[in-house]
Ligand binder design. Sequence first.
Ligand code: HEM
Length: 245
Amino acid sequence: MQASPFPWLAMPVSDFPPTPEQAAPPFTEADIRQLVHRFYAKVRQDDALGPIFNARVADWDLHLDMLCDFWSSLLLGTRRFKGAPIPAHARIPDLSWPLFQRWLALFHGVTAELGIPALQTQADAMAERIAAKLWSIWQQRQAPTPPALPNTLPDGVRPYRDSPMFTPDNLPASLQTAHATKAGTWGLLTVHAGLLRYTQDDPPHAQVVLAAGQQVLIQPQARHHVAFELPGSFQITFCRAEDKE
Ligand code: HEM
């Protein structure tokens, strides 16, 4: 099986564009270069984002070349990018989801201006997913202790029913405010896409932001609620002790 070109993204190979030998995308290296240069020109002037970059990037020519390699690898499959975005962002203090939203809003503005629909769709989708991933990892790295919330079933506890697949369109209001499973029922919540904030309302109060593929275990009768930070989907597998089946 083909390996993912970006293991740190935890995205399946099928989410990446074909290699250059397989197909010619309807945009070029020059288009990507224009996107990167226009976007970072705006970032550098932005009141909130500009100071963060300007304090860290000493050589903008080099940095822009690296970012062109990054987007070319993602969108054209060139595999030129050899950097390490996870540690690069983990060491920036004071990141926040609103800051990522600002980054994304600027990015979407530039992809729209370019007038290349295929580039806009693919680059926007990639940017959203990577922003979600970087934010999720950033938060986990900031946690002084390992996540307080378990994500695996206790011994002897088995699944007996799956919830529907929840999205922002069908998420019941009751799941968005404190509620609990009944006695003896665990829920294994799995995020399939997007970014979901899970909050445990009962002590010990805890919160975790989950990206695609991540899970949290809902303890019997523990009050909790959820909120999408980025549209996506999740499902809950209800479980109980084996001898109750
Ligand atoms: C709040 C949003 C963001 C901020 C403030 C931010 C800031 C930065 C900064 C300051 C650097 C340079 C780090 C250094 O050289 O020490 C950097 C590198 C980078 N950023 Fe971001 N970034 C953000 C979001 C994103 C997103 C959403 C993406 C991708 C879609 C991205 C892709 C990259 C890449 C590829 C690098 C180069 C990493 C390397 O050195 O290997 N960034 N970012």
